[in-house]
Design a protein around this ligand. Structure first.
Ligand code: SF4
Length: 170
């Protein structure tokens, strides 16, 4: 059975702070400054030949750094500042690939780029990735559907820059 999916920003937040994800689910926030597109239409659009940067895919609720079309294959690219965030970037990219596959039936590929370190790595979604993502989505559904937010747990560095700081600690 298909799992209920969440936007990449909620999925990522859940990994860091379940409470933040719980709050985000009740606040839906998309960045209005980004171009809104639907991936289906984007792929069908004959004028889209090479690449687009910083687009918000409304149907997936995903803000993508770059989409590249090469030899009829769609690549979702994630750009990072340094390899310190390589692992979290790969996870994020795999979740995009998962959403594109389950919601749109498109087998896209991923590329993670760290321009400063001249790193460009191709990423694919494996069967094991799909199982792990679906396990997390199942758990998220239980936690995020609850009427009470997950317990407060202070994480000095993370809470300090969190948009929900006032709600939790104000
Ligand atoms: S302020 Fe801290 S505890 Fe509250 S949502 Fe943000 S990260 Fe989580």
């Amino acid at each position: 059975m298909l799992q209920k999916t969440y936007s990449p920003s909620i999925f990522n937040a859940y990994k860091i702070c379940k409470r933040q994800a719980w709050l985000m689910v009740r606040q839906l926030n998309a960045d209005q400054n980004n171009e809104f597109l639907e991936i289906g239409r984007l792929i069908d659009n004959k004028s889209f030949k090479r690449q687009k940067k910083k687009i918000y895919l409304a149907d997936l609720e995903a803000l993508i750094d770059m989409i590249i079309k090469k030899d009829e294959t769609i690549y979702i690219a994630e750009i990072k500042k340094s390899s310190k965030t390589l692992e979290s970037g790969i996870k994020q990219l795999k979740y995009y690939l998962y959403l594109i596959k389950v919601k749109k039936g498109i087998n896209a590929k991923g590329i993670i780029k760290i321009p400063k370190e001249k790193i460009s790595r191709e990423i694919s979604l494996t069967k094991q990735d799909v199982e792990e993502i679906e396990k997390t989505l199942k758990e998220m559904k239980m936690v995020l559907n609850s009427n009470t937010p997950p317990k407060l747990k202070k994480m000095e560095k993370i809470c300090k820059v969190c948009a929900h700081f006032e709600f939790c600690w104000g």
